[in-house]
Design a protein around this ligand. Structure first.
Ligand code: UGA
Length: 435
């Protein structure tokens, strides 16, 4: 099948490359000329494991190409995907749909013959109907269906999530569109991946409900971890103890500094706003948003307390800055709250992140960046682990101690064993676990 993907950002690029790998002919269209030129030269605009080689293979096979010109590919496409950004609108937290609407207008002007227009961007309930309206108004002769097909890709694991998903969700109002979507996802259909066919509004809500539920799960275990600290319980064992119950499930129960990234913070807030607009407030999600914001802000206090109550004149080594490992994404990362708070408390911050330092340099100031974890530790008064990159998981503890001024570690991701660290003479502080 022929696919045009509007938006060569994270979702568009991963989805486009994976559809090409399924055997479809895909053109990724973007307005950013620099991005398109880079992609044509084989340079990825984002860091995502496996993406560069997947793109290269499919470009070489002639199934994947990049273009600035929507009119060159959309008229012959069976499906045109909208995979543009829907950032939080400044001030009110509603999803900003201007890029989606603009894409809808442009599609209307160029499609030719029956075309399925698919919203892959995360959009509030009712957006599919609006997209349909825009296309119809712009081109009354257009023969098309608008389908919702949300993505469930995790950064760092996106290709696997696309090719081996738990499920695919398709919100289509007519049989003709369903048939095209079934054909597009045929390799998964054959693999017996559950494909949930539903109406458009339901599909749009499934996306927000999934992210809000996962954010709630994380926030729940984070609150449990605070309680564990007060009563001498161990949050990892609480998570295991409840997670073995199949009704609860073990995933997304890792306590930490609060969730970040480009999805959970934005989508929970957008869901809250949508629900308020429809007079059906989601009080649980509202609480989750507030609790998570406060949690990220409070994390620096743990470092201050570990250092005896003051950071004046001290140097803190920060390991990891991105919102999670295997990405260079800094959006809403806990580090954006933690680092400035440490600096405000008087500390000099030295940091290392395997992929996020370029982006961090745009968002954080006065950090001394280093070339590796051990250089970060040299002469620091304490180390704080903010992101659980694999290369921080097995640091040589004796070397670490010899480099630090004081052997103080604040592990916000629980990647070390408390008992082992105490035995090795480290003043170890983690989340929700007795030392
Ligand atoms: C998330 C969802 O997991 C994807 O299914 C969804 O498609 C995507 O948002 C999206 O809407 O596009 P992502 O933001 O890439 O994916 O990252 P996650 O792995 O979900 O992690 C989000 C945040 O939660 C990170 O800050 C992570 O550190 C934190 N987290 C996650 C925890 O603190 N504890 C956990 O147990 C799991």
């Amino acid at each position: 099948m022929r696919v045009t993907m509007i938006g060569a950002g994270y979702v568009g690029l991963v989805s486009g490359a994976c559809f090409a790998d399924f055997g479809h002919e895909v053109v990724c269209v973007d307005k950013d000329e620099r991005k398109i030129r880079k992609l044509e030269a084989g340079v990825m605009p984002i860091y995502e494991p496996g993406l560069e080689s997947l793109v290269a293979e499919n470009v070489k096979a002639g199934r994947l190409s990049f273009s600035l010109d929507l009119a060159a590919s959309a008229p012959s496409a069976d499906a045109v995907f909208i995979a543009v950004g829907t950032p939080s609108r400044r001030g009110d937290g509603f999803a900003d749909l201007s890029y989606v609407y603009q894409a809808a207008e442009e599609i209307a002007q160029v499609i030719d013959g029956y075309t399925v227009v698919v919203t892959k961007s995360t959009v509030p309930v009712g957006t599919g109907a609006e997209v349909e309206e825009i296309i119809r108004k712009t081109n009354s002769a257009a023969d098309f269906s608008v389908v919702s097909n949300p993505e469930f890709l995790r950064e760092g694991a996106a290709i696997n999530d696309f090719k081996r998903p738990d499920r695919v969700v398709v919100g289509a109002e007519d049989e003709r569109a369903q048939k095209v979507m079934r054909e597009l996802y045929r390799p998964l259909f054959i693999n017996e991946t559950p494909i949930v066919f539903t109406n458009r509004a339901t599909s749009e809500l499934i996306k927000y409900a999934a992210n809000a539920f996962l954010a709630t799960k994380i926030t729940f275990i984070n609150e449990m971890s605070d309680l564990c600290e007060k009563v001498g319980a161990n949050v990892q064992e609480v998570a295991r103890g409840i997670g073995l119950d199949g009704r609860i499930g073990a995933k997304f129960l890792h306590a930490g500094p609060g969730y970040g990234g480009s999805c959970f913070p934005k989508d929970t807030l957008a869901l809250v706003r949508t629900a308020q607009t429809h007079d059906a407030p989601t009080k649980i999600v509202e609480a989750v948003v507030d609790i998570n914001d406060a949690r990220k802000k409070s994390m620096a206090d743990r470092v201050i307390a570990a250092c005896g109550g003051s950071l004046e004149g001290k140097t803190i080594a920060a390991l990891g800055l991105t919102f999670k490992p295997n990405t260079d994404d800094m959006r809403d990362s806990p580090s954006l709250d933690i680092v400035p708070a440490l600096q405000k408390a008087g500390a000099k911050v030295r940091a290392f992140d395997p992929a996020g330092m370029d982006e961090a340099a745009e968002l954080l100031s006065d950090i001394e960046y280093t070339e590796g974890p051990y250089q970060t530790l040299e002469g620091a008064d304490a180390v704080v682990i903010i992101t659980e990159w694999d290369e921080f998981r097995a640091l040589d503890v004796d070397r670490m101690k010899s480099l630090l001024k004081a052997p103080i570690m604040v592990d916000l991701r629980n990647i070390y064993d408390p008992q082992e660290m105490v035995e090795k003479g480290v003043e170890y502080h983690s989340i929700g676990r007795p030392a």
